[in-house]
Design a protein around this ligand. Structure first.
Ligand code: SAH
Length: 350
């Protein structure tokens, strides 16, 4: 029998497995507590479980975590990890120390197939989806690191915005969300979890019906199809009109959860006042927020970042129109912390 990695199993699934092993369902909660609250490193530490049953667990499950392959710490406290998975594939995870808590940016695939023109992650094609345990593992490896630091507090916020398209790996991502959100596990509040999509409509519609209070972010980046087609090939499959309809449906299904639109600021491409007017028109019916992202020039000078002036002008106009808008704080500029940069660089040199 092949062993399963226990970090890839949700509480509900583990309860079923315990029942099948002739145990009471509460064993699963006990295990979750050892795994996620007491941070046990082996089954042997689980002292309120009989030695005999610990042996049964060891025969069935592993507690393996990804290995830290490269670790970079920025002057601003950002930690960027290149993690080695069980088959040797390498993926990125980032920890961003906000004043409100520690946010981690999780990858969902090895490489990405969305081909967004501005993004370093897509420089390496998708090799495979990440498993649930590989996503949970990203959080646990960071938590372990944080627990060894003076004043280190555990991860409090999760953004599923690393390499990969989460809705192209829907089931594993949702199981991951349920595990980190579980009150018997890491207990990261649903409102502190955000999943970001490039606009995969079937995923958005499914997500709205999950009955969770988790957040949705949409990588919009352009206010009309002509510009968006130039940036994101997915817009040809799911153009803006359909995307906006899906967002409205998501709002209805999710009890009016608001979405956040991510909008990369690229000079003389999508940062004019005319673009801003179009953006306002486009998203007004959906009551979303906007997060303006200063573009990181990671792909061979294809585009240039908008000046701070232009970013603020855009921001102010959106705010005046009644759309709540933030400008993304930047982290880890000194350690290649932006999307996909570290992994792409590593692949280039090896
Ligand atoms: N596939 C998902 C999640 C990964 S991308 C999605 O598209 O949303 C996460 C965010 O990082 C997206 O908003 C993406 O557009 C942004 N991003 C990618 N490359 C960037 C760059 N060079 N500069 C700034 N933001 C970037």
């Amino acid at each position: 029998m092949e062993k399963k990695n226990i970090y890839g199993i949700s509480l509900e699934e583990l309860e079923q497995e315990m029942l099948a092993l002739g145990q009471k369902a509460y064993r699963a909660k006990q295990l979750f507590s050892w795994l996620y609250v007491k941070n046990a490193k082996s089954f042997d530490e689980m002292s309120d479980i009989s030695i005999k049953f610990r042996e049964v667990l060891k025969e069935r499950y592993t507690m393996d975590l990804p290995e830290v392959f490269i670790k970079r710490v920025s002057n601003d406290g950002t930690i960027k990890l290149l993690l080695k998975m069980f088959d040797g594939e390498k993926i990125e995870t980032v920890l961003m120390p906000y004043n409100y808590g520690n946010a981690t940016c999780i990858s969902t695939q090895v490489g990405c197939n969305m081909n967004c023109f501005f993004c370093a992650s897509g420089l390496l094609k998708k090799k495979r989806d990440l498993t649930t345990e590989e996503m949970v593992g990203q959080v646990l490896v960071l938590n372990k690191m944080l627990s060894e630091m003076i004043d280190g507090k555990p991860v409090t916020h999760i953004v599923v915005m690393g390499t990969g398209e989460p809705f192209d790996n829907y089931d594993n991502v949702m199981r991951f969300v349920r595990i980190v959100n579980s009150q018997f596990g890491l207990a990261i509040g649903a409102r502190h979890i955000t999943v970001s999509t490039s606009g995969v409509i079937p995923g958005i519609l499914r997500y709205g019906k999950e009955g969770l209070q988790i957040n949705l972010a949409i990588s919009l980046h352009a206010p009309n199809n002509e510009l968006r087609n130039k940036l994101m090939p997915i817009n040809r499959k799911y153009p803006l009109e359909q995307l906006m309809e899906a967002v409205i449906q998501y709002g209805k299904d999710s009890n009016d959860r608001r979405v956040t639109y991510e909008y990369i600021m690229i000079e003389d491409f999508n940062d004019s006042m005319e673009c801003c007017d179009q953006l306002i028109e486009l998203i007004k019916p959906t009551y979303g927020y906007v997060n303006l992202i200063p573009y990181n020039n990671v792909v061979e000078n294809r585009y240039k970042r908008s000046s701070n002036n232009r970013i603020h002008r855009f921001h102010d106009k959106l705010m005046k129109s009644g759309i709540k808008t933030t400008i993304r704080k930047e982290f880890g500029a000194d350690i290649e912390a932006a999307c996909g940069q570290l992994r792409a660089k590593y692949a280039e040199n090896n």
